[in-house]
Design a protein around this ligand. Structure first.
Ligand SMILES: [Zn+2]
Ligand SMILES: [Zn+2]
Length: 401
């Protein structure tokens, strides 16, 4: 059970070093990060870290309108409260959602907009009540940074379905500040402890970042619909989400087929472990396929779904995790005649997000990533839209000036 996620920024002494941290400093360990965490606000601009002095500045990359390119911005992060963790961001994945929101494609966005919800960082400071993290730990932040903590869905570790509305990592009303949240395209982020994920030692950090959205988004429905050995599973779309879905399905020892509209991705699907790969524009090839138990659609926009629904066995399910706009071409009889289900699923709860990170690290499952500098984010956005990425851009924040 968790409560009081909506802690407001606290008094100037909100963050006190724990006895353990004080001892480590005394021993000369971790002195630099701790000193950084304790600098007063006057020095915040030098260190980028201000804890205890009020909100502090951070560097970010964001958009100031739906049509402007992303550029460097200075933003404000809230003071670290008792249950908060301050991360020095190391890597942040580039999700297609980032583009949709930066460009107001899912309704009006609040500007400035700083996207980014596949965040990996190093803990720079922790609040006095934080128990899960200590300074120097590697940690992650996914798509949510808060929820009510008390509704039946939150109590069931399903914060993604919070009945009172959760707080997303960016462009979401933030009860803690009264503003809108700003995401991980930034050098610092402050997040309440419950929504921070432990990253196990040995994880490949840039390749793990995308698992915080793409990984959990495809893992959660496979868990819920109990995808398991012996089944036939299809992954529709081979992009950021799709390529992770293939790896996660292969790990379950199912027979995996990839559906793509890109002839150039057929060979890649097999490299990723799929037994089959089909050009979904090839009507004859589609008709000749054996039926599937489970299909997951990762395509980030609507497309005619009935040809895929027709491929489901009796009681089969197609789960849409990609398109978040009105769906196209779904026929009532086409569902009814084999008791098929069309379902949706969105990310996963915090406990399940921790589970997918631990699961993937233990099995060496990671995203295929291309590291970019923050200055190249606009080019990366264009390449994502043009399906010219194999398969996830990750912004390297460690070298940004
Ligand atoms: Zn995402
Ligand atoms: Zn809730």
């Amino acid at each position: 059970m968790h409560k009081q996620f909506d802690d407001k920024p606290r008094s100037p002494d909100a963050v006190m070093p724990s006895r353990r941290e004080a001892l480590m400093v005394g021993a000369g360990l971790l002195a630099a990060p701790l000193m950084a965490s304790l600098v007063p606000a006057a020095n915040a601009a030098d260190t980028g870290a201000s804890v205890g002095g009020g909100p502090f500045p951070a560097r970010a990359y964001g958009a100031t309108s739906a049509t402007s390119p992303l550029g460097p911005l200075q933003i404000e992060r809230r003071v670290v409260g008792p249950r908060d963790v301050l991360l020095d961001v190391l890597y942040c994945g580039v999700c297609h959602s980032d583009i949709h929101v930066a460009r107001s494609e899912w309704g009006p966005t609040h500007y400035p907009c700083v996207p980014g919800h596949e965040v990996i960082g190093r803990v720079q400071a922790v609040g006095s009540a934080v128990t899960k993290f200590k300074i120097g730990d590697i940690a992650g932040v996914g798509c949510m940074v808060n929820s009510c903590g008390t509704c039946e869905n939150c109590q069931a570790d399903l914060e993604q379905y919070c009945l009172k509305g959760n707080t997303l990592t960016y462009d979401s009303p933030d009860p803690a500040t009264g503003k809108h949240t700003l995401g991980g395209y930034s050098n610092k982020i402050v997040v309440t402890e419950h929504f921070v994920i432990r990253i196990p030692p040995g994880a490949d950090l840039p390749a793990t970042a995308p698992l915080l959205c793409a990984g959990i988004t495809t893992f959660s429905p496979m868990q819920h619909w109990k995808v398991a050995g012996g089944q036939r599973v299809g992954v529709i779309g081979l992009g950021g989400l799709g390529h992770v879905a293939v790896k996660l399905a292969v790990a379950r020892k199912v027979d995996v087929t990839v559906f793509t509209t890109s002839p150039g991705k057929i060979a890649d699907a097999r490299r990723l472990g799929a037994q089959g790969a089909v050009l979904s524009t090839d009507v004859e090839a589609m008709k000749g396929l054996a039926k599937f138990d489970f299909l997951i659609s990762t395509v980030p926009e609507a497309f005619p779904m009935q040809p895929f629904i027709n491929l489901l066995k009796l009681d089969g399910t197609l789960v849409n995790v990609g398109a978040m706009n009105p769906l196209e071409d779904v026929h009532g009889l086409g569902l009814a005649r084999a008791r098929r289900s069309l379902a949706g699923s969105i990310i996963g709860g915090i406990a399940e997000t921790q589970e997918v990170i631990d699961y993937c690290t233990a099995r060496n499952i990671k995203a295929d990533v291309e590291l970019i500098q923050p200055a190249n984010i606009n080019k990366a956005f264009d390449r994502v839209v043009n399906k010219d990425v194999r398969y996830r851009f990750v912004i390297d924040m460690t070298t940004s000036a």
